[in-house]
Design a binder for this molecule. Structure first.
Ligand SMILES: Nc1nc2c(c(=O)[nH]1)N[C@H]1C(S)=C(S)[C@@H](COP(=O)(O)O)O[C@H]1N2
Ligand SMILES: [Mo]
Length: 169
């Protein structure tokens, strides 16, 4: 009888520690963004980078875009407007070079992104994006609303995933 309750206690402890570790395991790459280049505001010692933390990102107004992409079925993405992130760092040029965990880089136009209301999505259907699922940040445009403008290989290049940094230039 006593042995049984010890086993039950062990099983419960294991389950509890597994449950507690879940949110951490699910977001292995930190939700953060380093911005440099032509920006008016910095927060690092060398005055060249604005390090946007997870808390900073979550403080910005949340916008959603419900759309399919070439890689994902119709779903609802959520995150701040790229435009609001650019305002936060006082961006002073239109070219936004996006840098990613997989070392892809692509330069989008801030004005164009603003026109479409593009968002830096950190979640899809309420689930935080992990690195293996386009996270921590995925630049999403409303493709289903503008299928002719936002489909095809030239447009696909703008849907940059695994974003970790930006250079304003
Ligand atoms: N992080 C990241 N985003 C990316 C890419 C990439 O390699 N890495 N490729 C871009 C390009 S050029 C295109 S056409 C599409 C499709 O890339 P794929 O053909 O490798 O799937 O995603 C875009 N976004
Ligand atoms: Mo591409």
């Amino acid at each position: 009888m006593r042995q049984q309750s010890v086993l039950r206690f062990l099983a419960a402890s294991l389950l509890a520690s597994w449950l507690v570790s879940l949110p951490f395991a699910a977001s292995a790459a930190p939700l953060a963004l380093d911005v440099q280049g032509m920006i008016g505001r910095t927060n690092d010692a060398s005055h060249s980078v604005y390090h946007i933390s997870e808390a900073d990102l979550l403080k910005l107004p949340v916008h959603t875009i419900t759309t399919s992409t070439t890689w994902t079925p119709k779903s609802t993405f959520a995150g701040p407007l790229l435009g609001d992130v650019l305002k936060l760092v006082d961006a002073r040029a239109d070219g936004i070079e996006l840098r990613t965990i997989d070392d892809y880089s692509y330069t989008v136009s801030a004005r164009e992104a603003e026109r479409y209301g593009a968002i830096l999505a950190y979640s899809r259907n309420g689930v935080r994006l992990t690195v293996s699922n386009f996270g921590p940040l995925f630049l999403i445009y409303p493709r289903d609303a503008y299928p002719s403008e936002l489909s095809g290989s030239a447009a696909e290049a703008k849907f940059v995933w695994q974003i970790k940094g930006m250079v304003v230039k």
